[in-house]
Design a protein around this ligand. Structure first.
Ligand SMILES: O=C1C[C@@](O)(C(=O)O)C[C@@H](O)[C@@H]1O
Length: 151
């Protein structure tokens, strides 16, 4: 039997603390707080508790991945630029021990060459990109299906 409320960790990486100052064309001009409020509401609709974190420090992101299974049943991660080159984060994700969905606000596969590469993609059950804030809803729906929590 599944628990009443599954917990999903939502981890934002480098430069998400200044999201509203980044290219509105790609990131919508939204603040991280507004983004997290929207994700929390999506989560509630699906019966999830969402747990948020953001850091600009790669080692801290890795340490959060090491511990994520203590507090969460699944993971949504948007590591920002680390996605494209951090093998440290890849290795940490490998030991995270919960199903993970990779999310990007922008369509990384249609942007610069260096953004088209993700070193975490094959460790994730899905990738959602280019759908802005709505992409997080899609990621939560994917997790709901994966955990057998569809309502
Ligand atoms: O920081 C980010 C944000 C991003 O992950 C996105 O959400 O679209 C895309 C990355 O290429 C970029 O470095």
């Amino acid at each position: 039997m599944s628990p009443a409320r599954a917990r999903v960790a939502v981890m934002h990486g480098v430069n998400f603390d200044v999201l509203e100052r980044r290219s509105p064309e790609h990131y919508g001009g939204i603040t991280l707080t507004d983004l997290e409020v929207r994700i929390k509401l999506f989560g509630r609709e699906l019966g999830f508790e969402t747990i948020f974190s953001q850091t600009n420090h790669e080692g801290e992101f890795c340490e959060q991945l090491h511990r994520v299974a203590d507090n969460a049943d699944a993971l949504i991660l948007n590591p920002g630029a680390w996605t494209h080159y951090s093998y440290a984060i890849r290795d940490a994700l490998e030991v995270a021990g919960v199903p993970a969905v990779e999310v990007h606000l922008s369509a990384v596969d249609e942007r610069e060459e260096w953004r088209r590469r993700s070193v975490i993609r094959d460790l994730c059950i899905a990738t959602v990109q280019g759908k802005g804030v709505e992409g997080y809803r899609e990621a939560l729906e994917i997790i709901a299906r994966a955990l057998g929590f569809e309502r």
